[in-house]
Design a protein around this ligand. Structure first.
Ligand SMILES: Cc1cc2nc3c(=O)[nH]c(=O)nc-3n(C[C@H](O)[C@H](O)[C@H](O)COP(=O)(O)OP(=O)(O)OC[C@H]3O[C@@H](n4cnc5c(N)ncnc54)[C@H](O)[C@@H]3O)c2cc1C
Length: 143
């Protein structure tokens, strides 16, 4: 199950790029105090946490593949998580940038690019189905 791991690493990188571009702009273009800065800091802290979680899920699935171990559940989990995470992070980054994010900014492009990751190589619903099947299999229950 390496394709799903790849489709998890890819949006994780896109989310990280959107996050880093947004951090740079928030640090340089916006005031360093006040309500906006606190709100932006909270959103960016959550983004970093979610990107890190996606990366760790991806690494676990990749490590299992490299070790020749069964990784269907881990691949499904990282693919579902990273695709949705990247969509959310890019959307929040675009909102934070306000007018700067429009008019051909790279974060706008990343936002448009990232939508497909919750569809191709199996939609999120299908990844959840794969995960549920692996969860219930030891109990002889078919999902
Ligand atoms: C831009 C793009 C590029 C693509 N590239 C490729 C490619 O390179 N190679 C390739 O093979 N395919 C590719 N696809 C196809 C893609 O993998 C499928 O569109 C995707 O898997 C959904 O399948 P479907 O379109 O048949 O929709 P359906 O399977 O009909 O699903 C429609 C909706 O129902 C949901 N659903 C379906 N079954 C269940 C279920 N059992 N439980 C709960 N919900 C369910 C799905 O999650 C989805 O929301 C691409 C699609 C897009 C949009």
């Amino acid at each position: 199950m390496t394709a799903r791991v790849h489709r998890s690493a890819w949006p994780s990188g896109i989310a990280r790029a959107a996050y880093e571009y947004t951090c740079d702009i928030v640090r340089t273009e916006y005031p360093k105090s006040g309500r906006f800065f606190h709100m932006a800091s909270e959103i960016l802290a959550e983004a970093e946490q979610d990107i890190t979680a996606a990366r760790l899920l991806t690494w676990e699935a990749a490590w299992k593949a490299d070790a020749g171990q069964e990784n269907a559940k881990e691949a499904a989990m990282c693919k579902a998580y990273a695709g949705q995470m990247a969509l959310d992070v890019c959307s929040k980054c675009l909102e934070l940038l306000g007018p700067i994010g429009l008019d051909g900014h790279i974060v706008e492009k990343l936002y448009r690019d990232v939508k497909v990751f919750d569809i191709f190589e199996g939609t999120n619903e299908v990844q959840h189905l794969v995960t549920a099947r692996r969860q219930y299999a030891p109990y002889g229950v078919r999902v």
